[in-house]
Design a protein around this ligand. Structure first.
Ligand SMILES: *Cc1c(COP(=O)(O)O)cnc(C)c1O
Ligand SMILES: [Zn+2]
Length: 437
């Protein structure tokens, strides 16, 4: 069987060519998923090949996505690939974070170390490769920030025009700055993310522009290598839990698919449990699991959180995400603005740092520990999705006691670190330093 796009709806048997320009099943509207035949693939040969590539200087071998290209066989001609040496992100031990959340240990897979500073790069290199393979000249996305930063970078590197749609006024500055610097045509619309996505879906169809939102099945293919690289870094030792933030739920869908495929091939023999954490003000997926997990998701009309990367009321990939949570025996949690802010500061104190949405992983892990869902001695990996410097306003406001929730409630700077203003007086400064020893 050659690679195909398969409808994700279990009641719909439709399959499509891998080079069909589709984002959803034309028959039933279901999400699409790339499927491959991995029968006969030897896990030992595969991992040996990936090991050997670590000695190679070839750009595709150096990429933390394309090193694993046997898992992404939808691309036939590697000339279509644009790499910025994405992936290769560290897996870090974080003692203070473990203590804070009540675990013996915790590791963070820090996707903020990517070229544009978020995990979106893992997916975007794959989505842009497909755009080029299809002969597209323009790519578009609507974004809370990181998708646009990433798409702008890869489009620029791959000679495509990037068209970016953003909700006006509700974006972290670092991300907008990136889109502008990478040369994207940037349109700010007076509407929220979910409304703009509907608009852009129409426009891309009418104008023949390739859509690179996370509904695009090839972005999911790239993002699944986050799980593959993570397991590789652990010598294929499967953790008990992987905890990550959820907005549109493309990332949990991708990690889940990657892990399932590794298990199918025999590279790993069991699946880690996946825990998705949402911000309480934008938690439709959490609410789905709280009510009737078999039912339909109920969108949140006006999602609110300072963690703008997960400020999503109508998650595109919720059905895939539900499948991955269930297949892995995982769970969905929600956390408050205060819990996110404090967890973020603790991650900072580890010398690691991350953007607000990423810290939902530690905040959620702490909550699941407190509820007894995850034991103290569990082997836990948190995914940090974006870089600390994506949202410097948030950081400054937290540490100086000026951060408030979207509803106007003060967020306590529990781990605040105020800069101190002093006169140009060595005696006074020396006395101050001694008092703080
Ligand atoms: C996109 C993003 C998320 C949310 O990921 P989904 O795939 O939409 O669930 C979380 N954190 C950061 C930093 C992001 O950029
Ligand atoms: Zn279908």
């Amino acid at each position: 069987m050659s690679p195909e796009l398969v409808c994700f709806n279990p009641d719909c048997p439709e399959r499509y060519a891998i080079d069909a320009v589709l984002y959803q099943c034309p028959k039933c509207g279901g999400l699409l998923e790339a499927q491959y035949d991995f029968a006969g693939v030897s896990p030992a040969k595969l991992t040996a090949l990936w090991d050997a590539r670590r000695l190679s200087r070839e750009p595709l071998d150096v990429s933390g996505v394309w090193r694993y290209r046997e898992m992404l066989p939808f691309i036939e001609d590697t000339a279509h690939i644009v790499t910025l040496q994405e992936g290769n992100t560290p897996l870090l031990d974080a003692r203070r974070a473990a203590e804070y959340a009540g675990f013996d240990a915790i590791q963070f897979k820090h996707q903020g170390y990517n070229p544009s500073g978020s995990f979106k790069d893992n997916g975007m290199t794959a989505g842009v490769a497909q755009a080029r393979r299809l002969g597209m000249k323009r790519v578009a996305c609507v974004s809370t920030g990181n998708t646009s930063a990433s798409m702008a970078a890869y489009a620029a590197a791959g000679d495509l025009q990037a068209v970016i749609f953003l909700p006006h006024g509700k974006i972290a500055y670092g991300k907008l700055a990136q889109a502008l610097e990478y040369g994207a045509l940037t349109i700010q619309v007076e509407a929220n993310f979910d409304q703009i996505l509907a608009l852009v879906r129409r426009l891309t169809e009418e104008l023949g522009i390739y859509l690179l939102n996370s509904i695009n099945p090839f972005r999911i293919e790239g993002q699944k290598t986050i799980a593959i690289e993570l397991l590789d870094q652990r010598g294929w030792k499967v953790p008990d839990w992987i905890v990550l933030p959820g907005g549109n739920l493309g990332n949990v869908s991708a990690l889940g698919k990657g892990l399932r495929e590794l298990k199918q091939i025999g590279v790993i023999d069991r699946l880690p449990k996946l825990a998705v954490v949402q911000a309480a003000g934008a938690a439709p997926f959490f609410q789905l699991f709280e009510s009737d997990a078999d039912g339909e998701i109920e969108n949140v009309e006006a999602p609110e959180t300072l963690a703008t990367a997960i400020r999503i009321g109508a998650p595109v990939s919720w059905e895939k995400a539900r499948h991955e949570i269930r297949t892995s025996g995982g769970i969905v949690e929600s956390v408050t603005e205060q819990e996110i802010a404090d967890a973020k500061a603790v991650i900072g104190r580890c010398g690691i740092g991350c953007e607000p949405a990423s810290a939902a992983s530690l905040a959620g892990a702490k909550k699941l520990r407190a509820k007894g869902v995850i034991p103290q001695d569990a082997d836990v990996v948190g995914v940090l999705t974006g870089h600390l410097l994506k949202d410097p306003d948030y950081v400054y406001h937290y540490h100086t006691g000026q951060l408030a929730t979207p509803g106007g409630e003060k967020i306590e700077s529990t781990f605040g670190n105020q800069p101190v203003v002093m006169p140009n007086d060595p005696g006074k400064i020396a006395a101050f330093l001694q008092s703080r020893e």
